[in-house]
Design a protein around this ligand. Sequence first.
Ligand SMILES: Nc1nc2c(c(=O)[nH]1)N[C@H]1C(S)=C(S)[C@@H](COP(=O)(O)OP(=O)(O)OC[C@H]3O[C@@H](n4cnc5c(N)ncnc54)[C@H](O)[C@@H]3O)O[C@H]1N2
Ligand code: MOO
Length: 411
Amino acid sequence: MLTQETAAGTSLLRRHAPTWAEARQLAYHCGGPLPPVNVTLRDAIGRTLTSAVTAQRNLPHYASSAMDGWATHGSGPWTLTAPGRQLSAGEASVIATGGLVPAGATTVLRKESGHVSADGSGIQRLTLTPDAKPDEAHPGRHIRPAGEEATAGDVLIPAGTHLNPAHIALAAVAGHDYLQVQRKPRAAVVLTGSEVVTSGEPGPGQVRDAFGPQLDAVILQLGAEPAGQLRIGDSYEEWLAALGDVPEGLPPDVTITTGGTGKSGTDHFRDAIAALGGRLLLDGIAMRPGHPAVLAELPDGRFVIGLPGNPLAAMMALMTLGEPLLAALGNRPLRAARLVTSGADIEPCPGRTRLMPCTSIHDLAFPTSRTGPGMMRGLAWADGYMAVPPEGVAAGAPVSVLPLPWTAPSV
Ligand SMILES: Nc1nc2c(c(=O)[nH]1)N[C@H]1C(S)=C(S)[C@@H](COP(=O)(O)OP(=O)(O)OC[C@H]3O[C@@H](n4cnc5c(N)ncnc54)[C@H](O)[C@@H]3O)O[C@H]1N2
Ligand code: MOO
Protein backbone atom coordinates (compact mmCIF):
# COMPACT_ATOMS: atom_id res chain seq x y z
CA MET A 1 0.00 0.00 0.00
CA LEU A 2 1.30 3.44 -0.93
CA THR A 3 1.17 5.86 1.98
CA GLN A 4 2.41 9.36 2.66
CA GLU A 5 2.89 10.97 6.08
CA THR A 6 1.63 14.45 6.99
CA ALA A 7 3.29 16.69 9.54
CA ALA A 8 0.65 15.39 11.96
CA GLY A 9 1.78 11.87 11.20
CA THR A 10 -1.47 10.84 9.59
CA SER A 11 -1.28 8.34 6.80
CA LEU A 12 -2.95 10.02 3.86
CA LEU A 13 -2.28 8.79 0.37
CA ARG A 14 -3.21 5.21 -0.37
CA ARG A 15 -3.44 3.00 -3.38
CA HIS A 16 -7.17 2.56 -2.77
CA ALA A 17 -9.19 5.74 -2.70
CA PRO A 18 -10.47 6.62 0.77
CA THR A 19 -14.16 6.36 1.47
CA TRP A 20 -16.25 9.52 1.63
CA ALA A 21 -16.18 9.43 5.45
CA GLU A 22 -12.41 8.87 5.50
CA ALA A 23 -11.89 11.73 3.03
CA ARG A 24 -13.83 14.12 5.28
CA GLN A 25 -11.79 13.05 8.30
CA LEU A 26 -8.56 13.32 6.41
CA ALA A 27 -9.36 16.82 5.12
CA TYR A 28 -10.28 17.84 8.66
CA HIS A 29 -7.12 16.48 10.22
CA CYS A 30 -4.56 17.71 7.69
CA GLY A 31 -4.77 21.33 8.88
CA GLY A 32 -4.72 22.88 12.34
CA PRO A 33 -6.33 26.13 13.50
CA LEU A 34 -4.83 29.33 12.07
CA PRO A 35 -3.33 31.76 14.61
CA PRO A 36 -5.68 34.40 16.07
CA VAL A 37 -5.80 38.01 14.86
CA ASN A 38 -6.69 41.33 16.47
CA VAL A 39 -9.62 43.08 14.82
CA THR A 40 -11.60 46.23 15.51
CA LEU A 41 -14.85 45.87 17.43
CA ARG A 42 -16.88 46.36 14.27
CA ASP A 43 -15.01 43.58 12.49
CA ALA A 44 -15.33 41.25 15.47
CA ILE A 45 -19.10 40.78 15.15
CA GLY A 46 -19.84 37.22 14.13
CA ARG A 47 -16.29 36.06 14.90
CA THR A 48 -15.08 33.66 17.59
CA LEU A 49 -13.24 35.24 20.49
CA THR A 50 -9.89 33.58 21.29
CA SER A 51 -8.87 35.63 24.32
CA ALA A 52 -11.31 36.49 27.11
CA VAL A 53 -12.54 40.06 27.44
CA THR A 54 -12.13 41.24 31.03
CA ALA A 55 -13.18 44.35 32.89
CA GLN A 56 -10.03 46.45 33.15
CA ARG A 57 -11.63 48.48 35.97
CA ASN A 58 -14.99 48.70 37.71
CA LEU A 59 -17.95 48.97 35.38
CA PRO A 60 -19.33 51.62 35.58
CA HIS A 61 -16.15 53.22 36.79
CA TYR A 62 -17.92 56.05 38.64
CA ALA A 63 -21.17 56.40 40.58
CA SER A 64 -23.73 58.01 38.30
CA SER A 65 -27.24 59.32 38.50
CA ALA A 66 -30.03 57.08 37.22
CA MET A 67 -32.47 60.03 36.94
CA ASP A 68 -32.71 63.67 35.97
CA GLY A 69 -33.09 65.69 39.20
CA TRP A 70 -30.87 66.70 42.10
CA ALA A 71 -28.02 65.07 43.96
CA THR A 72 -28.82 65.55 47.66
CA HIS A 73 -27.05 65.05 50.97
CA GLY A 74 -29.20 63.92 53.89
CA SER A 75 -32.87 64.60 54.35
CA GLY A 76 -34.52 67.77 53.03
CA PRO A 77 -35.17 70.50 52.66
CA TRP A 78 -31.94 71.28 50.86
CA THR A 79 -30.11 74.40 49.76
CA LEU A 80 -29.15 74.33 46.09
CA THR A 81 -25.48 74.76 45.28
CA ALA A 82 -23.53 74.79 42.01
CA PRO A 83 -23.51 71.39 40.21
CA GLY A 84 -20.42 69.23 40.56
CA ARG A 85 -19.27 70.59 43.93
CA GLN A 86 -18.93 68.41 47.05
CA LEU A 87 -22.20 68.42 49.01
CA SER A 88 -22.48 68.97 52.73
CA ALA A 89 -25.46 67.94 54.82
CA GLY A 90 -28.59 69.79 53.67
CA GLU A 91 -27.16 70.69 50.25
CA ALA A 92 -28.31 69.61 46.80
CA SER A 93 -27.27 70.30 43.20
CA VAL A 94 -28.80 69.70 39.79
CA ILE A 95 -27.78 66.44 38.08
CA ALA A 96 -28.75 64.71 34.81
CA THR A 97 -29.14 61.02 34.11
CA GLY A 98 -25.67 59.50 33.77
CA GLY A 99 -24.05 62.47 35.49
CA LEU A 100 -21.17 62.01 37.91
CA VAL A 101 -22.64 61.91 41.42
CA PRO A 102 -20.78 64.58 43.42
CA ALA A 103 -18.86 63.67 46.56
CA GLY A 104 -21.06 63.83 49.63
CA ALA A 105 -24.28 62.99 47.77
CA THR A 106 -26.39 60.32 49.44
CA THR A 107 -29.39 60.28 47.09
CA VAL A 108 -30.61 61.45 43.71
CA LEU A 109 -34.05 63.01 43.93
CA ARG A 110 -36.13 62.76 40.75
CA LYS A 111 -37.15 66.03 39.15
CA GLU A 112 -40.84 65.19 39.55
CA SER A 113 -40.38 64.58 43.29
CA GLY A 114 -38.85 67.96 44.20
CA HIS A 115 -39.87 71.57 44.18
CA VAL A 116 -37.49 74.58 44.11
CA SER A 117 -38.44 77.90 45.66
CA ALA A 118 -36.38 81.02 46.26
CA ASP A 119 -36.51 83.01 49.48
CA GLY A 120 -36.11 86.77 49.68
CA SER A 121 -32.32 86.56 49.83
CA GLY A 122 -32.17 84.65 46.54
CA ILE A 123 -31.20 81.31 48.14
CA GLN A 124 -32.92 78.46 46.37
CA ARG A 125 -34.50 75.75 48.48
CA LEU A 126 -35.39 72.26 47.35
CA THR A 127 -38.24 70.44 49.10
CA LEU A 128 -40.02 67.16 48.47
CA THR A 129 -43.29 67.51 46.62
CA PRO A 130 -46.32 66.38 48.65
CA ASP A 131 -46.86 63.39 46.36
CA ALA A 132 -43.20 62.18 46.49
CA LYS A 133 -42.92 58.53 47.39
CA PRO A 134 -41.88 57.90 51.00
CA ASP A 135 -38.58 56.30 50.00
CA GLU A 136 -37.59 58.98 47.47
CA ALA A 137 -34.91 60.46 49.65
CA HIS A 138 -33.59 57.21 51.09
CA PRO A 139 -29.81 56.85 50.89
CA GLY A 140 -28.66 55.35 47.58
CA ARG A 141 -31.93 56.00 45.72
CA HIS A 142 -31.40 56.54 41.97
CA ILE A 143 -27.63 56.27 42.25
CA ARG A 144 -25.90 53.67 40.08
CA PRO A 145 -22.90 52.69 42.17
CA ALA A 146 -19.49 52.19 40.58
CA GLY A 147 -18.79 48.51 39.87
CA GLU A 148 -22.50 47.67 39.73
CA GLU A 149 -22.11 45.77 36.45
CA ALA A 150 -18.63 44.34 36.96
CA THR A 151 -15.60 44.70 39.15
CA ALA A 152 -12.10 45.07 37.74
CA GLY A 153 -10.80 41.69 36.58
CA ASP A 154 -14.21 40.10 35.97
CA VAL A 155 -14.41 37.99 32.81
CA LEU A 156 -17.06 39.71 30.72
CA ILE A 157 -16.86 37.48 27.63
CA PRO A 158 -15.08 34.13 27.79
CA ALA A 159 -12.80 32.86 25.02
CA GLY A 160 -14.68 30.72 22.52
CA THR A 161 -17.72 32.99 22.44
CA HIS A 162 -19.30 33.59 19.07
CA LEU A 163 -19.55 37.38 19.24
CA ASN A 164 -22.95 38.97 18.80
CA PRO A 165 -23.58 42.74 18.61
CA ALA A 166 -24.35 42.95 22.33
CA HIS A 167 -20.98 41.37 23.17
CA ILE A 168 -19.34 44.04 21.05
CA ALA A 169 -21.23 46.79 22.90
CA LEU A 170 -20.14 45.26 26.21
CA ALA A 171 -16.50 45.22 25.06
CA ALA A 172 -16.84 48.86 24.00
CA VAL A 173 -18.28 50.07 27.29
CA ALA A 174 -15.49 48.18 29.06
CA GLY A 175 -12.99 50.30 27.13
CA HIS A 176 -11.72 47.79 24.56
CA ASP A 177 -10.86 48.85 21.00
CA TYR A 178 -9.65 45.56 19.52
CA LEU A 179 -10.53 41.95 20.20
CA GLN A 180 -8.54 38.81 19.51
CA VAL A 181 -10.51 36.46 17.32
CA GLN A 182 -9.93 33.25 15.39
CA ARG A 183 -8.56 34.05 11.96
CA LYS A 184 -10.74 32.79 9.13
CA PRO A 185 -9.01 30.91 6.35
CA ARG A 186 -8.63 32.77 3.06
CA ALA A 187 -9.68 30.75 0.05
CA ALA A 188 -8.74 31.73 -3.51
CA VAL A 189 -10.32 30.19 -6.60
CA VAL A 190 -8.65 29.20 -9.88
CA LEU A 191 -11.21 28.48 -12.59
CA THR A 192 -9.77 26.49 -15.47
CA GLY A 193 -10.91 25.50 -18.93
CA SER A 194 -10.71 27.33 -22.24
CA GLU A 195 -14.25 26.16 -23.08
CA VAL A 196 -15.68 28.05 -20.09
CA VAL A 197 -17.41 31.35 -20.89
CA THR A 198 -18.62 33.91 -18.39
CA SER A 199 -21.61 35.56 -20.04
CA GLY A 200 -24.46 34.95 -22.45
CA GLU A 201 -25.40 31.72 -24.16
CA PRO A 202 -22.42 29.39 -24.66
CA GLY A 203 -21.67 28.24 -28.22
CA PRO A 204 -21.15 24.59 -29.28
CA GLY A 205 -18.37 23.03 -27.20
CA GLN A 206 -18.52 25.88 -24.70
CA VAL A 207 -20.02 25.86 -21.20
CA ARG A 208 -21.21 28.71 -19.11
CA ASP A 209 -19.17 29.03 -15.90
CA ALA A 210 -21.13 27.45 -13.05
CA PHE A 211 -18.57 28.26 -10.36
CA GLY A 212 -17.38 31.86 -10.68
CA PRO A 213 -20.70 33.48 -9.75
CA GLN A 214 -21.34 31.29 -6.69
CA LEU A 215 -18.06 30.17 -5.16
CA ASP A 216 -17.18 33.33 -3.22
CA ALA A 217 -20.59 33.18 -1.54
CA VAL A 218 -20.14 29.50 -0.74
CA ILE A 219 -16.67 30.21 0.66
CA LEU A 220 -18.23 32.78 3.00
CA GLN A 221 -20.93 30.30 3.98
CA LEU A 222 -18.21 27.79 4.78
CA GLY A 223 -16.78 30.24 7.32
CA ALA A 224 -13.87 31.42 5.17
CA GLU A 225 -12.93 34.63 3.34
CA PRO A 226 -12.83 34.76 -0.45
CA ALA A 227 -9.31 35.66 -1.60
CA GLY A 228 -9.91 36.32 -5.29
CA GLN A 229 -10.69 34.41 -8.46
CA LEU A 230 -8.38 33.75 -11.38
CA ARG A 231 -9.40 32.34 -14.76
CA ILE A 232 -7.01 30.33 -16.86
CA GLY A 233 -7.19 28.15 -19.94
CA ASP A 234 -5.97 24.60 -20.23
CA SER A 235 -2.20 24.91 -20.67
CA TYR A 236 0.28 23.47 -18.21
CA GLU A 237 2.13 26.82 -18.07
CA GLU A 238 -1.05 28.60 -17.00
CA TRP A 239 -1.62 26.00 -14.28
CA LEU A 240 1.95 26.38 -13.02
CA ALA A 241 1.67 30.16 -12.89
CA ALA A 242 -1.78 30.10 -11.30
CA LEU A 243 -0.70 27.80 -8.48
CA GLY A 244 2.90 28.98 -8.17
CA ASP A 245 2.51 32.77 -8.15
CA VAL A 246 1.25 33.90 -4.78
CA PRO A 247 -1.29 36.68 -5.36
CA GLU A 248 -0.47 40.18 -4.11
CA GLY A 249 -1.75 41.14 -0.71
CA LEU A 250 -2.65 38.57 1.89
CA PRO A 251 -1.83 35.09 0.58
CA PRO A 252 -4.59 32.48 0.54
CA ASP A 253 -4.48 29.56 2.95
CA VAL A 254 -6.37 27.40 0.49
CA THR A 255 -6.60 27.53 -3.30
CA ILE A 256 -9.60 25.83 -4.86
CA THR A 257 -9.24 24.85 -8.49
CA THR A 258 -12.03 23.71 -10.80
CA GLY A 259 -11.51 21.24 -13.66
CA GLY A 260 -8.32 19.55 -14.72
CA THR A 261 -8.52 16.66 -12.23
CA GLY A 262 -8.98 14.01 -14.93
CA LYS A 263 -6.44 12.14 -17.00
CA SER A 264 -6.65 13.89 -20.38
CA GLY A 265 -3.88 15.93 -22.02
CA THR A 266 -5.43 19.13 -20.68
CA ASP A 267 -5.68 17.96 -17.06
CA HIS A 268 -2.62 19.35 -15.26
CA PHE A 269 -3.54 19.47 -11.57
CA ARG A 270 -1.23 16.71 -10.40
CA ASP A 271 1.70 17.62 -12.66
CA ALA A 272 1.57 21.26 -11.56
CA ILE A 273 1.53 20.31 -7.89
CA ALA A 274 4.48 17.95 -8.39
CA ALA A 275 6.47 20.56 -10.35
CA LEU A 276 5.94 23.10 -7.58
CA GLY A 277 7.33 20.66 -4.99
CA GLY A 278 3.92 19.99 -3.50
CA ARG A 279 2.46 16.68 -2.48
CA LEU A 280 -0.87 15.01 -2.86
CA LEU A 281 -2.57 14.35 0.45
CA LEU A 282 -5.48 12.58 -1.16
CA ASP A 283 -5.98 11.56 -4.79
CA GLY A 284 -9.51 10.45 -5.52
CA ILE A 285 -12.40 9.48 -3.24
CA ALA A 286 -14.60 6.39 -3.41
CA MET A 287 -17.71 8.45 -3.98
CA ARG A 288 -20.00 9.48 -6.78
CA PRO A 289 -20.07 12.13 -8.12
CA GLY A 290 -16.78 13.84 -7.48
CA HIS A 291 -14.46 10.83 -7.37
CA PRO A 292 -11.49 12.55 -9.09
CA ALA A 293 -11.23 15.23 -6.37
CA VAL A 294 -7.71 15.89 -5.10
CA LEU A 295 -6.25 17.50 -2.00
CA ALA A 296 -2.66 18.73 -2.05
CA GLU A 297 -0.26 20.83 -0.03
CA LEU A 298 2.36 23.19 -1.49
CA PRO A 299 5.76 23.77 0.12
CA ASP A 300 4.63 27.18 1.44
CA GLY A 301 1.92 25.44 3.48
CA ARG A 302 -0.95 26.37 1.18
CA PHE A 303 -3.56 23.71 0.64
CA VAL A 304 -4.92 23.13 -2.84
CA ILE A 305 -8.28 21.47 -3.41
CA GLY A 306 -8.80 20.17 -6.94
CA LEU A 307 -12.51 20.06 -7.74
CA PRO A 308 -13.62 18.12 -10.81
CA GLY A 309 -15.04 20.21 -13.64
CA ASN A 310 -18.52 18.69 -13.66
CA PRO A 311 -20.61 21.17 -11.64
CA LEU A 312 -22.45 18.83 -9.24
CA ALA A 313 -19.33 16.68 -8.83
CA ALA A 314 -17.39 19.83 -7.94
CA MET A 315 -19.91 20.94 -5.32
CA MET A 316 -20.03 17.51 -3.70
CA ALA A 317 -16.22 17.43 -3.66
CA LEU A 318 -16.19 20.90 -2.09
CA MET A 319 -18.53 19.67 0.64
CA THR A 320 -16.37 16.58 1.21
CA LEU A 321 -12.93 18.23 1.26
CA GLY A 322 -13.44 21.99 1.46
CA GLU A 323 -15.94 22.13 4.29
CA PRO A 324 -13.84 19.99 6.70
CA LEU A 325 -10.53 21.66 5.77
CA LEU A 326 -11.92 25.18 6.20
CA ALA A 327 -13.54 24.12 9.48
CA ALA A 328 -10.20 22.81 10.78
CA LEU A 329 -8.30 25.95 9.76
CA GLY A 330 -11.04 28.07 11.35
CA ASN A 331 -10.92 26.01 14.58
CA ARG A 332 -14.47 24.76 14.20
CA PRO A 333 -15.76 21.21 14.75
CA LEU A 334 -16.32 18.85 11.86
CA ARG A 335 -20.00 18.97 11.04
CA ALA A 336 -21.70 15.70 11.91
CA ALA A 337 -24.16 14.01 9.58
CA ARG A 338 -27.73 13.61 10.86
CA LEU A 339 -29.51 10.29 10.49
CA VAL A 340 -32.78 10.82 8.64
CA THR A 341 -35.27 8.23 7.45
CA SER A 342 -34.99 7.73 3.72
CA GLY A 343 -38.25 8.23 1.87
CA ALA A 344 -37.06 6.25 -1.13
CA ASP A 345 -35.28 3.04 -2.07
CA ILE A 346 -31.83 3.90 -3.37
CA GLU A 347 -29.87 1.44 -5.48
CA PRO A 348 -26.51 0.09 -4.37
CA CYS A 349 -23.35 1.49 -5.97
CA PRO A 350 -20.65 -1.07 -5.18
CA GLY A 351 -17.52 0.43 -3.67
CA ARG A 352 -18.77 4.03 -3.63
CA THR A 353 -20.74 6.34 -1.40
CA ARG A 354 -23.31 8.23 -3.43
CA LEU A 355 -23.81 11.87 -2.56
CA MET A 356 -27.34 12.83 -3.55
CA PRO A 357 -28.92 16.25 -3.16
CA CYS A 358 -32.11 15.72 -1.17
CA THR A 359 -35.09 17.45 0.35
CA SER A 360 -36.84 16.70 3.63
CA ILE A 361 -40.57 16.19 3.51
CA HIS A 362 -42.32 15.31 6.79
CA ASP A 363 -38.99 14.18 8.28
CA LEU A 364 -38.30 11.87 5.35
CA ALA A 365 -35.34 12.53 3.04
CA PHE A 366 -35.96 12.19 -0.71
CA PRO A 367 -33.32 12.55 -3.41
CA THR A 368 -34.08 15.43 -5.74
CA SER A 369 -34.29 14.74 -9.46
CA ARG A 370 -31.84 15.83 -12.16
CA THR A 371 -28.67 15.19 -10.23
CA GLY A 372 -26.31 14.04 -12.97
CA PRO A 373 -22.67 15.01 -12.29
CA GLY A 374 -22.90 17.89 -14.77
CA MET A 375 -26.27 19.19 -13.56
CA MET A 376 -27.17 21.94 -11.12
CA ARG A 377 -30.94 21.63 -11.17
CA GLY A 378 -31.32 19.00 -8.45
CA LEU A 379 -28.96 20.81 -6.09
CA ALA A 380 -30.73 24.11 -6.59
CA TRP A 381 -33.86 22.76 -4.89
CA ALA A 382 -32.16 20.62 -2.27
CA ASP A 383 -31.84 21.46 1.40
CA GLY A 384 -29.14 18.90 2.07
CA TYR A 385 -27.35 15.93 0.60
CA MET A 386 -27.53 12.26 1.48
CA ALA A 387 -24.48 10.06 1.83
CA VAL A 388 -25.84 6.74 0.60
CA PRO A 389 -23.58 3.78 1.50
CA PRO A 390 -22.37 1.46 -1.28
CA GLU A 391 -25.04 -1.12 -0.42
CA GLY A 392 -27.82 1.42 -1.01
CA VAL A 393 -30.64 2.24 1.36
CA ALA A 394 -34.21 1.00 1.63
CA ALA A 395 -37.15 3.34 2.10
CA GLY A 396 -37.78 3.63 5.84
CA ALA A 397 -34.14 2.98 6.77
CA PRO A 398 -31.89 5.72 8.21
CA VAL A 399 -29.46 7.54 5.94
CA SER A 400 -26.81 10.17 6.72
CA VAL A 401 -27.81 13.67 5.65
CA LEU A 402 -25.72 16.83 5.78
CA PRO A 403 -26.94 20.37 5.23
CA LEU A 404 -25.73 22.58 2.39
CA PRO A 405 -23.66 25.70 3.14
CA TRP A 406 -26.61 27.92 2.25
CA THR A 407 -29.14 25.99 4.33
CA ALA A 408 -26.89 25.94 7.42
CA PRO A 409 -23.96 28.35 7.04
CA SER A 410 -20.86 27.72 9.16
CA VAL A 411 -19.92 30.48 11.55
N1 LIG B 1 -11.48 8.39 -19.00
C1 LIG B 1 -12.10 8.97 -17.97
N2 LIG B 1 -12.71 10.15 -18.19
C2 LIG B 1 -13.34 10.76 -17.18
C3 LIG B 1 -13.37 10.15 -15.91
C4 LIG B 1 -12.70 8.94 -15.70
O1 LIG B 1 -12.68 8.36 -14.61
N3 LIG B 1 -12.06 8.38 -16.77
N4 LIG B 1 -14.03 10.75 -14.90
C5 LIG B 1 -15.09 11.65 -15.29
C6 LIG B 1 -15.53 12.38 -14.15
S1 LIG B 1 -16.44 11.50 -13.03
C7 LIG B 1 -15.29 13.69 -13.98
S2 LIG B 1 -15.99 14.52 -12.65
C8 LIG B 1 -14.50 14.46 -14.90
C9 LIG B 1 -13.42 15.25 -14.20
O2 LIG B 1 -12.93 16.12 -15.13
P1 LIG B 1 -11.92 17.29 -14.85
O3 LIG B 1 -11.85 17.62 -13.41
O4 LIG B 1 -10.67 17.00 -15.54
O5 LIG B 1 -12.68 18.50 -15.49
P2 LIG B 1 -12.71 18.97 -17.01
O6 LIG B 1 -12.39 17.83 -17.87
O7 LIG B 1 -11.93 20.17 -17.11
O8 LIG B 1 -14.24 19.27 -17.12
C10 LIG B 1 -15.23 18.30 -16.96
C11 LIG B 1 -16.55 18.89 -17.40
O9 LIG B 1 -16.86 20.01 -16.58
C12 LIG B 1 -17.10 21.16 -17.36
N5 LIG B 1 -16.64 22.34 -16.65
C13 LIG B 1 -15.38 22.67 -16.35
N6 LIG B 1 -15.34 23.86 -15.74
C14 LIG B 1 -16.59 24.30 -15.67
C15 LIG B 1 -17.21 25.46 -15.17
N7 LIG B 1 -16.47 26.45 -14.63
N8 LIG B 1 -18.55 25.58 -15.25
C16 LIG B 1 -19.30 24.60 -15.80
N9 LIG B 1 -18.77 23.45 -16.29
C17 LIG B 1 -17.45 23.32 -16.24
C18 LIG B 1 -16.27 20.92 -18.59
O10 LIG B 1 -16.69 21.70 -19.66
C19 LIG B 1 -16.50 19.45 -18.80
O11 LIG B 1 -17.76 19.23 -19.40
O12 LIG B 1 -13.85 13.64 -15.83
C20 LIG B 1 -14.70 12.62 -16.39
N10 LIG B 1 -13.97 11.94 -17.40
O1 MOO C 1 -16.87 13.02 -10.35
MO1 MOO C 1 -17.60 12.92 -11.88
O2 MOO C 1 -18.17 12.40 -10.55
O3 MOO C 1 -19.07 11.91 -11.79
O4 MOO C 1 -18.76 13.91 -12.60
